[in-house]
Design a protein around this ligand. Sequence first.
Ligand SMILES: Cc1cc2nc3c(=O)[nH]c(=O)nc-3n(C[C@H](O)[C@H](O)[C@H](O)COP(=O)(O)OP(=O)(O)OC[C@H]3O[C@@H](n4cnc5c(N)ncnc54)[C@H](O)[C@@H]3O)c2cc1C
Length: 357
Amino acid sequence: MAPSAQTSLRSGALVVLFLVAHACACATPSRANEISKSDLWTRVETLFPPRDQDDSLVAATSGGEDVEEFQEELALPSGLRGQMEDSLRELRDKEAPEGMYGLSLSDVEIATALSFKHLVSPSTFEAGKEARDALMRWQAWIAKSHPSSRCREGAWGVLSFVDEVWPEALEDSDLKPSFYLKLAKNLTKLKQCGDEVKVKKGSFSFEFCKEYTCGLWETFHAMSVSASADMPGSSMMAALRGFIDKFFSCSVCRSHFLEVLADERTRAVRSTKDFALWLWEAHNVVNMRLGEEEEERGTGVPGRPKHAFPHPKKCDRCYLSEDPLKVSKGGVHSFLKSRYGLGGAESTAGGVTKSEL
Ligand SMILES: Cc1cc2nc3c(=O)[nH]c(=O)nc-3n(C[C@H](O)[C@H](O)[C@H](O)COP(=O)(O)OP(=O)(O)OC[C@H]3O[C@@H](n4cnc5c(N)ncnc54)[C@H](O)[C@@H]3O)c2cc1C
């Protein structure tokens, strides 16, 4: 490149840097709503193009059941199939622990709000283009698919704020650490799920979950079966990958799960339904590994055994046969939709909508 072109590029970058530093210093979260949602929507659409004729959209909204689907076997990797077979054998004469089968929208909201609190913590806020992309994808997934309207609304606020003060065109080299610090501080003023969902230390309590990661799993599952999510499963996968890689506060979980995400099976995920089934499978991979660890170390939590999920007594159509294990694709998908399909449910301050299977 000619030196004069380089100089003008550099001075252009300096101007942009000045404008952005200025915008970040001045922009407060309250300005976020001034950005037109439709403008923002158009930009989010470039991250998440609407899905094509996607079989799962029809399946998720029609309410009809495809009998052939219930007979179709879901192919599992042989290692996981063997582990689940062993686990199901052990479950045969046991009842399903009830607490594990209740679902609370409030738990999902708290976990989602906590995920944001961790993400924007100035001490750990992730700098750089990749983090911006991960943040936008995660928030766009929430904006489009979260079962709680206040979390969806909060995600729109975050998207518009970030879009305004941290433009995509900026290169990493344009931005200084002080920019990110100020940005993180301003982001802490936003509430991912509104004012009612309080996540200050000691001031929140889960209803069914015992910990953050449980609520996070439930958030992922609920967003994977959302009938209103007009986005392909491959985009949900990209949003999940970015969240785990950049923002998951449990570092042990992150490094283990990045291995699961590196498996080539993730590449076969196209539709929302593919994603929901892959997520169920991936959660079982984690359950099986933790089950073994807990047995070896005697660290299991009473009432929350790590077993093949779901317990056959909670879903008689999930398994075509248990030994040898044959999983019904339609059975598991239908179970996930009824367990996690919280669309339309709303939680109220101090009260929750919950379903107990
Ligand atoms: C991505 C991720 C990776 C993790 N990796 C680790 C790790 O490496 N090491 C570690 O110690 N902890 C890890 N955890 C935490 C761990 O998975 C549990 O969240 C934690 O042990 C609490 O378990 P729980 O009994 O509350 O049930 P959870 O496993 O948290 O599950 C929450 C609820 O989801 C339902 N559920 C269970 N299995 C499935 C399934 N297959 N499909 C759909 N729903 C299901 C059940 O109703 C259950 O109550 C990870 C968490 C996440 C989100």
